[in-house]
Design a protein. Structure first.
Length: 300
């Protein structure tokens, strides 16, 4: 299945700090006394939000969401990647399995975000700043929890307090459940329920998310003998044959009705494309996929 390109989606979003935000660089301060002890990560002399930081936050929160819905508790839909021998990567590396069997035996989270044996279905680009970004320097100390005195500090750190960072998230060969799970995690981050970066317990890390555009494509679908239903939003399970579905453990009912006013059109290159613009249309597409996500996770 994953040797073909059956569906893909690109979600374009803008991230705005809703208060102070710090994504720490690896080596900061150094011997220059004018630099803060903790510096914001930079590229080409500009602060930015690494795609790896966003992916880590969304993966961790997706694990919480999945475990919250499981009838049998931890482990059915989300393994613990920190448990040696029990995570999907450790467990499946010891077995000589074909790629479809590795995917089928992986948990819901590893199928989507990847592991050491299964490639990720979603990729996160770095969020680069657009226009001016406000940067401040703050001071802090670390308190000894036993004696109540200063354990470390004082130290200073750099925070971004306002600005706009644009990024994109690329999905390939995903089920609707996988698409919906990323949407649910992004919603919680954008509503301030989940922080990103350093100092979340100190009030740092809250952001707002502007949903810009969601482009969904069925590559070369217009040239195939069997075309997908253009009135439906189809996950990868609805685009493959019965034998392949059984091998990978995906459902044939992997589809949802499209919202009114949205539909697929030929792009002139043999592919079918749907473009949703603005927060209302983009979030409505994610809501249509949530039903499939619930059924997949509850089914284990």
């Amino acid at each position: 299945m994953h040797k073909q390109l059956l569906n893909e989606a690109i979600l374009e979003i803008a991230i705005r700090p809703d208060g102070p935000l710090l994504i720490k660089a690896g080596e900061t301060g150094g011997l220059d006394p004018t630099h803060p002890d903790m510096e914001f990560v930079r590229t080409l002399d500009r602060v930015f939000l690494p795609g790896s930081s966003l992916k880590g936050v969304l993966r961790a929160h997706s694990e919480r969401i999945v475990r919250s819905l499981q009838a049998q508790g931890e482990g059915r839909g989300a393994c613990d990647p920190l448990k040696r021998g029990e995570s999907c990567g450790d467990r499946l590396e010891r077995l000589r399995l074909e790629s479809d069997e590795k995917y089928r035996q992986s948990c819901c989270i590893c199928r989507l975000f990847g592991s050491t044996v299964v490639a990720s279905r979603v990729r996160f680009a770095d969020a680069l700043p657009v226009g001016e970004v406000a940067i401040e320097e703050r001071n802090g100390v670390a308190i000894d929890r036993v004696f109540g005195s200063v354990a470390v500090g004082p130290f200073n750190y750099e925070v971004v307090t306002s600005g706009v960072f644009r990024t994109s998230i690329l999905f390939k060969n995903v089920t609707l459940a996988q698409l919906a799970l990323v949407g649910l995690a992004l919603r919680d981050v954008g509503e301030g329920r989940v922080g990103i970066g350093f100092g979340k317990s100190r009030g740092l890390g809250r952001v707002a998310i502007d949903w810009g555009r969601l482009t969904i494509r069925y590559p070369l679908a217009d040239l195939r003998q069997t075309q997908p239903d253009q009135t439906r939003l189809c996950g990868v399970g609805a685009l493959i044959g019965a034998e392949t579905r059984a091998a990978y453990g995906v459902s044939a009912e992997d589809w949802a009705e499209l919202p009114e006013g949205l539909g697929f059109e030929s792009d002139g290159w043999g592919s079918l494309t749907l473009v949703a613009e603005g927060s209302a249309q983009v979030q409505e597409l994610f809501r249509r996929a949530v039903g499939r996500w619930r059924e997949e996770v509850q089914g284990g």
